[in-house]
Write a protein that binds this ligand. Sequence first.
Ligand SMILES: Cc1ncc(COP(=O)(O)O)c(C=O)c1O
Length: 456
Amino acid sequence: MKIPSSDARVHLLNEQSDVWSIIREIVNKTNQEDAFYVMDVGEIVKKHNQWVSQLPRVTPHYAVKCNDGLTVLETLNALGTNFDCASKGEINKVLGLGVEPERIIFANPAKPSSHIKYAASVGVQNMTFDSETELHKVKNLFPEAKMVIRIRCDATEVQCQLGNKFGCDPITEAPELLRIAKSLDIDVVGVSFHVGSGCREPPVFRRAISAARDIFDYAETLGYNFNLLDIGGGFPGGQGTTIDKIAEIVNLALDTYFPDPSVHVIAEPGRFYVSSAYTLVCNIHSIRNVIHTDKETGSALTHRMYYINDGVYGSFNCILYDHQVVVPQPLDERPGAKYYESSVWGPTCDGLDQVIENAMLPDMKIGDWLVFEDMGAYTLPVASPFNGFPIPMVHIVMEESIRLLLEDMFELTDSHFEMLTIPSNLNNKDDSTSKYTLPTFPITVGDSILDYVAME
Ligand SMILES: Cc1ncc(COP(=O)(O)O)c(C=O)c1O
């Protein structure tokens, strides 16, 4: 894989640098005006380490919809994760990386016929369903498919609900659907659910796993022998979040309801892997100060309106579609600064294009930068260049040890490392100061590079 052109620059982090210092270098040493991202590959590696150590029985199938950047997909492929695709286009993209079709689940319960035909033609057999019509489509178009019934079990508190659209009722609908599948001679192999994206109620996983157990048992009475449990997504991924509680509940529920190790357990995390890996940096290009009267004191107040060069039609679509709360941080430290009532607006001519209605910010000037962390999930894949404002480019950063770990997979050459902070010992793979034990490249298919990564 070649680093895609939009991701053309790779910055190496060393002990003196981090994402914020790289951002400062970019804005200070280049003629930067457009908004841009900094994507830290090491965050994805760190997340995968956490997953493997906390959910050892659960194979992650990364949900491509969340962020389909090639660097993300290549890194996850190199780490050995599998993939959840929602469409022909996503399957095509993942297969293009050299991923075997058996490592993909087509986890969209309502698929256009042409997409089912495509899955059949490339051998992606595992796919979800939650309706009778989907079973008839599959019977006609791909009778060899291995179907996974998606049941509904919603968390009470989520960032984005999904159960309103997908998932059959485990009690009133699932048994009938399984009977129909049996009568059509369709091979149903397991159960899936998705508790909702950005789940804030970890115990829901126990309820859902228990409901899945009941369906495994019912299916057995029909002559099925299910062997796949797909616990979906719902895992948080922002800085400061953890999957500790969910992992504890999932592991216990698996021990209770699925002690048989022959049941293969998978999940479809998206947000978890990418959220914290992306930091967005936006430039203030215009300011409007609006005087208004304080209702309580009657005194005149100034509300500062800051216009930045990315908005809800671009990366901040996540505010509308993903119910994301974004937090602006001035790039420059301002110790002792006074904070003022402010709002932040995107660059387009639409009044809807408001990024933040109310924030307390120091006095900002035109040309100053605002930094938004945790911008990796459901941002770039949905962004549009509406009104002619470009979608921000991505600068990739990684620690030297990670670069050494991944360089053969990325086919990186020194020319990719155009900018800044390149240590002189870059090519020394045997660097004894490296945090990681390096494998002999290339790593054979099936091996995970995590076998070689020192756990934190
Ligand atoms: C079927 C499916 N799987 C996985 C995901 C990813 O879940 P999350 O956003 O919780 O990581 C989604 C999100 O919409 C989804 O629809």
